[in-house]
Design a binder for this molecule. Structure first.
Ligand code: SF4
Length: 114
């Protein structure tokens, strides 16, 4: 089974009317739905915090502390598609930074659930 890390948008998760990270990404990963090619084990869930400056460092730290290197890192659908979008950086920029810092492929988006 593939091991994955998921990154959620903290602003969206804390807004109260969005997904607080409790099920959609986790369901998609466990069933192999959405952008997950197969059922996958979530080994880390990292919450981005505005303005996102520490995101790549925090993902790296989560990997080090868990001592599990994921096969892929997923930027959640709320990081990639939520409207209004992130005012600080676009998803591609975030993905590039994380890939550079971790050496692990970043996938844009997790699921299409509503
Ligand atoms: S920096 Fe952007 S992606 Fe990160 S929590 Fe803030 S709004 Fe969400």
């Amino acid at each position: 089974m593939k091991k994955v890390a998921v990154i959620g948008c903290g602003s969206y998760m804390d807004s109260g009317d969005g997904c607080p990270g409790e099920w959609r990404c986790l369901k998609a990963a466990s069933l192999g739905d959405g952008n997950f090619e197969e059922p996958s084990q979530v080994v880390a869930f990292v919450k981005c915090e505005c303005p996102g400056r520490a995101l790549a460092t925090n993902v790296n730290m989560a990997m080090k502390l868990s001592e599990i290197k994921p096969d892929a890192i997923y930027l959640s659908s709320c990081c990639v598609k939520a409207m209004p979008g992130c005012p600080y950086s676009d998803p591609e920029e975030k993905a590039q930074n994380i890939e550079k810092k971790t050496g692990i492929k970043v996938v844009l988006g997790t699921h299409d659930y509503h």
